[in-house]
Design a protein. Structure first.
Length: 416
């Protein structure tokens, strides 16, 4: 097997391409945009959250979601549609909203995150830089005592997996992160993880693309290519078809995020993916910018200082395959910044963004073979795409080549 065609030039497709090409395969990346990292990877939250990996699906989430449905400024918004894909995804999501499924998902995500952390360190040791990486730690603050108590129970479980975290009361949170001083009396407590990191995902992708060129790997990028279908022979894909031509291949890796749903249908697959739409603001640092990554749990807002800029990301909207910027949601995010960390960034210069994060109901990605004999998936990373990208790409390369799988990473194969 020599010719690999990867559909998708985001951080997942790019890391898959890199680790496959490193192993001597000839790789072609097909991307409809004009460069890498132009969709969900472009302006995401920027947190490399290797320890805080608990899935969205949990025991208390359905009741929270019901309470948010009628609130205009709710951190999660559901717009029910006459779309069987949405209803099927929601039904599966509800089925895994329990403690047992959450713990199982957390354990698998933890193992993949640690694998990814080690690979990212290796890339830095080998000289990959220029994407504003920093290990500054992460503080998750809780405004409600009940939420903080639940978080401490999760902390105990994550410690059993190997996470280095500690619980802090409200005053200790303010001492650790002075940018939160105006929130005195409003914070019940927090969870601090000193080993967490931040970086710019788009810059990482650009630097990795440059690294590929410098290493002389047999990897080419074909931008502006919209995949229209496949040429199949029995249970094998012989070629990927685009608007401009065809690409012969020995194997196909589908890593096109939410765009994979329509492509999968052409191959007889009903992929359990649905877009979780998120928003961000990117702005110059203000006079009282946080030095830690701060996640406001109750408002579902994160603040990540990346280089000389602040990335503020928030919200989960289940509103279909629509990546347009909703000005009302951006206004809500702006108000939250002004009320919580008003001097953290220069809001008058903020750049808004919206992206569709491809999520499975369980929050656990699908990495492995599915459908046709030579089709491989690397999909469904949700809000953890950047965190899990390196580990996911390397794991896919191992699977495709029949190499041994590291312990704890054998439970991610698609069950379709």
């Amino acid at each position: 097997m020599e010719r690999i065609c990867i559909i998708g030039g985001g951080v997942i497709g790019l890391t898959s391409a890199y680790y496959l090409a490193q192993r001597g395969l000839s790789v072609t990346v097909l991307e409809q945009a004009d460069d890498v990292a132009q969709a969900a990877s472009r302006a995401n939250g920027g947190q490399l959250s290797y320890s805080y990996v608990s899935p969205l699906a949990d025991a208390g989430m359905p009741m929270k979601a019901l309470g948010w449905m009628w609130k205009k400024d709710a951190p999660m918004r559901l717009k029910l549609r006459a779309d069987p894909r949405q209803w099927a995804w929601l039904w599966q999501f509800l089925r895994v909203c329990n403690v047992a499924a959450n713990r199982s998902g957390t354990a698998r995500l933890w193992q993949l995150a640690q694998h990814s952390r080690a690979l990212m360190q290796q890339l830095r040791d080998e000289g990959l830089e220029g994407y504003h990486w920093r290990r500054n730690g992460k503080l998750v603050i809780f405004r409600q005592a009940a939420g903080f108590e639940t978080a401490q129970r999760l902390l105990d479980y994550q410690r059993s997996l190997g996470a280095e975290q500690r619980a802090l009361d409200g005053n200790a949170c303010l001492e650790l992160e002075p940018a939160l001083q105006n929130q005195r009396g409003r914070i019940a407590g927090g969870i601090h993880t000193p080993s967490e990191e931040v970086a710019d995902c788009r810059l990482f992708c650009l630097q990795l693309k440059e690294r590929i060129a410098l290493e002389g790997l047999d990897l080419r990028f074909c931008f502006g290519e919209t995949v229209t279908g496949f040429e199949c022979n029995g249970q094998r894909i012989d070629a990927v078809l685009t608007k401009t031509g065809r690409y012969d291949c020995d194997a196909v890796v589908l890593a096109a995020g939410v765009g994979s749903v329509a492509l999968g249908r052409q191959l007889g697959l009903r992929l359990p993916l649905y877009p979780l739409k998120g928003y961000s603001l990117d702005m110059p640092l203000g006079s009282q910018a946080p030095h830690l990554s701060v996640t406001d749990f109750d408002n579902k807002v994160l603040y990540a200082p990346i280089g000389e800029r602040l990335r503020v990301a928030a919200m989960v909207d289940l509103v279909g395959f629509d990546n347009r910027i909703d000005r009302g949601r951006i206004d809500t995010l702006t108000r939250l910044v002004r009320s919580s960390l008003p001097q953290s960034g220069l809001l008058e210069s903020a750049l808004p963004w919206a992206g569709l994060r491809p999520a499975t109901p369980s929050g656990v990605p699908m990495i492995g073979r599915a459908g046709p004999d030579n089709l491989w998936l690397n999909l469904g990373h949700g809000a953890l795409g950047f965190t899990l990208a390196a580990g996911s790409g390397e794991l896919l390369a191992r699977q495709l080549l029949g190499r041994p799988i590291p312990p704890g990473l054998d439970g991610l194969q698609p069950a379709l």
